[in-house]
Ligand binder design. Structure first.
Ligand SMILES: [Zn+2]
Length: 175
């Protein structure tokens, strides 16, 4: 789906993080979503684990759109400001209006093909999405991984609902 940020580059900003001496390692928090990086496992690592499960288990791809949206909404710097707004809108469409990925694909294809979109989806260091006020998420990528591969699809749906409700409660949901 062209709308989403190129997955190859998702969370790339974290790769330069110095892990340092394990004995000296202090507790690290994700600068974007605030989750604790236990045992050096970053949010990006969790995201890659999710994508692996989606490839590995039949039917798991059905929640892929929610996985990508939630991950990116909780790491808003991956988006441009316009991209972040569009992503919130998309989550609202999926959860509140029964919009399907097929609907989105059709709609976006026509929008993209006609060249109507004049803004970039992806954030840059100079221009990227952010929340004001900052958001304390009740569920992050780490929680989805913690519930295990067997519960993956349900966990992602719960994560999507939780992400939506948290956005709404924080006053950041702009549609
Ligand atoms: Zn994070």
């Amino acid at each position: 789906m062209h709308f989403f940020v190129d997955l190859q580059n998702v969370g790339k900003g974290y790769e330069t993080r110095e892990r340092g001496d394990p004995l000296m390692e202090t507790i690290q928090h994700c600068p974007e979503c605030g989750a604790t990086w236990d045992e050096g496992q970053t949010c990006q690592d969790h995201f890659h684990q999710m994508l692996f499960w989606e490839n590995e288990y039949s039917g798991y791809g059905e929640v892929h759109h929610l996985t990508v949206l939630c991950y990116q909404l909780q790491h808003p710097g991956l988006y441009s400001p316009e991209g972040l707004r569009a992503a919130m809108h998309l989550l609202d469409d999926f959860l509140e209006h029964g919009v399907t990925t097929e609907d989105v694909r059709t709609h976006l294809r026509s929008a993209l093909d006609s060249g109507q979109r004049t803004w970039k989806v992806k954030g840059t260091p100079a221009s990227h999405g952010a929340y004001n006020p900052p958001i304390q998420w009740t569920m992050t990528a780490a929680n989805v991984i913690a519930t295990g591969a067997d519960n993956y699809c349900d966990s992602v749906r719960t994560w999507a609902r939780s992400t939506y409700e948290t956005l709404k409660a924080s006053g950041n949901l702009s549609l």
